[in-house]
Design a protein. Structure first.
Length: 487
């Protein structure tokens, strides 16, 4: 049996060999069959693999009763498969994968748009700004999280979100929307309002800088917290406007909770629509990156219903871009990718030839933000909660055994070694029972190294199809736009 050191060595040999082949193999030959796109949409589904896309589509077919319905992203004429490995491992994180998608280079996990030795590399957003285009970043995560950060910041650590927040001041990005208030307010901040999900607004900065004020002084319209969410929905951008919108203390809510808890937080589609309204007023065109970030988080905790709802919300945002494309078909490019797959979601298990999605229609809460912490020692109360909010009725003896073992762990304040993210054990067990009923299985609470699907439509879309590495997406986009990514 191979020991861990030998496995790691073999993995690195493969990375180096595969990376060399990718770098020295087929050069991108852009088919200049049409003009350069003026409006570019770059949609990144964090954790969005083939299973996540397909399960969401199956769910739509069941809930609409229309077996021909498709996710908008699955209707685009150009399709491909992308590898995702990073510079130092076959299983990437979002920082390295995002850097590849934003800059066309491989870097180590955890690094934001720098080489592994700390050299800054130019991003597609920075190139777009040099070309005079308007730019925007939209996400359901903290706006300082890895995927948006790689387009407008440079840092050796994705965890340095306070510094990433400062980088945004000089980024030149015209439109920001997402979560993450905590990195933009001075230490000790107290606010009279809550955030748009009803949470207390606090700061995680270690200094006295009020970055919201600094953005305002730089000419941005500021929307934050509950009041900001309400005003954002009524906001009509004018020519020359810039906007900075952060609605929540940390990440925006899971879509399943945003809808069922009636939060004021704008949907990803609403944020995308507002971005289009603002950016399209620039005569030189725009480059807009939109991230469906909480697909990844749902899959980390093996929450199938959460993954489905955030994938559909991501697709609703793509619909906004597609409607814009239909009115500007000769000037618009839409590219949809994932940064990696999360959870190792498997559609089917053992010798069972079925997927029973009926169970998922009854799930009304996310595992991480709503279900976690609900078990507080009263087992009957927790089982009743699962019945009411997850549709777990007629629990079998085997299911009850699994749930009781998890509640034993919670009572003992114990976390299983494989539960590396220290998720609530009772919530994980409930998701296990739901998955067993649906016949979905998961291999991990982390990312996987599997290749993932992409799709594209519009001006130059034909250049993105086929089997490519994630770096090729950025390189192809740069060549199509006549950007120079090399530093």
């Amino acid at each position: 049996m191979l020991n861990k050191k030998r496995i790691l060595a073999l993995s690195m040999v493969f990375v180096l060999l595969f990376g060399t082949l990718a770098a020295s193999g087929d050069a991108q030959t852009i088919q200049q069959t049409s003009q350069m796109p003026k409006y570019v949409f770059y949609f990144i589904g964090d954790g969005l693999g083939a299973s996540q896309r397909q399960l969401a589509e199956y769910y739509l077919r069941q809930t609409t009763g229309d077996n021909s319905v498709k996710l908008t992203m699955n209707t685009f004429p150009i399709a491909g498969i992308n590898t995702t490995y990073s510079n130092d491992t076959l299983v990437t994180d979002s920082a390295a994968a995002g850097t590849a998608l934003a800059t066309g280079i491989k870097t180590n996990n955890g690094i934001i748009s720098q080489t592994s030795d700390g050299k800054n590399v130019k991003t597609l957003v920075e190139c777009a700004e040099q070309a005079g285009m308007a730019t925007g970043l939209v996400t359901t995560t903290r706006i300082t999280h890895a995927t948006p950060a790689v387009f407008a910041s440079h840092n050796i650590s994705r965890n340095d979100e306070n510094a990433i927040a400062v980088d945004y001041l000089d980024s030149g990005v015209d439109f920001f929307a997402g979560g993450g208030l905590r990195n933009f307010l001075p230490q000790g901040w107290k606010d009279a309002q809550t955030d748009a999900a009803g949470n207390t607004i606090k700061s995680k900065r270690k200094d006295d800088r009020n970055l919201l004020n600094e953005f305002s002084e730089s000419g941005y319209n500021i929307f934050y917290g509950m009041n900001g969410a309400q005003n954002f929905k009524k906001y009509t951008p004018k020519e020359g406007d810039k906007a900075f919108a952060v609605f929540t203390y940390s990440h925006n809510p899971y879509e399943i909770d945003r809808v069922n808890q009636n939060y004021e937080v704008p949907s990803l589609a609403q944020m995308t629509e507002k971005a289009i309204q603002l950016l399209s007023k620039d005569a030189d065109g725009f480059f807009l990156m939109v991230e469906g970030g909480r697909i990844d988080h749902a899959c980390h905790i093996n929450d199938a219903a959460g993954s489905i709802q955030d994938t559909i919300a991501f697709d609703d945002a793509i619909k906004e871009a597609y409607e814009f494309y239909l009115t500007n078909p000769n000037e618009t490019l839409i590219v949809v990718v994932g940064d990696h797959e999360t959870g190792g979601m498997g559609l089917g298990f053992a010798t069972n030839y079925f997927l029973d999605l009926n169970q998922l229609e009854n799930v009304k809460v996310s595992a991480e933000d709503q279900m976690s912490g609900k078990y507080k020692g009263d087992r009957e109360e927790f089982l009743s909660y699962l019945e009411q909010n997850c549709g777990l009725v007629n629990i079998t003896a085997d299911e009850l055994t699994a749930l009781n073992k998890a509640m034993d762990l919670v009572d003992a304040e114990t976390i299983r070694p494989e539960n590396g993210y220290k998720y609530d054990e009772a919530a994980l067990a409930a998701e296990y029972v739901i998955a067993e009923r649906v016949n979905i299985q998961w291999t991990t609470y982390a990312h996987t190294g599997t290749a993932i699907p992409m799709s594209a439509v519009g001006v130059g879309a034909e250049n993105f199809g086929g089997f490519k590495d994630n770096t090729d997406i950025a390189k192809t986009m740069a060549e199509l736009m006549e950007f120079k990514l090399s530093n």
